[in-house]
Design a protein around this ligand. Sequence first.
Ligand SMILES: [Zn+2]
Length: 198
Amino acid sequence: MAVQPSTTSKITVFNVGLTVAHVGLRDVLDHRERQRVDRTVAEADRARFMLGAALLRTVAGSMLDLPAEAVTVDRTCSHCGRWHGRPTLPGTALEMSVSHSGAVVTVAALLGGGRVGVDVERTGDRPVREVVAWTIAEAQFKAGGGSGLTLHRLPPPAPRHVLTLATNRAAATVEVVDATTLLPPSTSWQPDPGRRRK
Ligand SMILES: [Zn+2]
């Protein structure tokens, strides 16, 4: 899908369930993302990060007309310079935000300038009101903070989850899609023949 110049901005929010994570998604990540996957001990955290990074690349690739593994993602932290910052796509007009919690991974994409921040949280035992307030604060922070941000409370992507979006593009339309079919299916993954030999 090639990028069409557009006069109205649209934000698309791509949701997937954690159950679609599979080891083949590691193949679309760059070496630093793979290192982070490999260093993450807790299985659910590892799956959430891998799925988030793979979904970000898959969405960006489809919007930039590139293979997911060819997308350049910069994760330099603006505070300390380490590789754990908010992902940006240098040299493109694509703004993205990633969030994962509980059973859900979500990526928001805005093409053509502007800021976007998305936050998903599993409510667990907490009062929904508290969780909503938390997601608002997180989404605003990810969208760069400050006044003039427009908030969108989006439909829960799974039971007992809250999803909130913030943007400085007040007129932007927001579309929420299930991104499961965008991801490479696990059947497409084959073990590297070299790795099977003992
Ligand atoms: Zn940092």
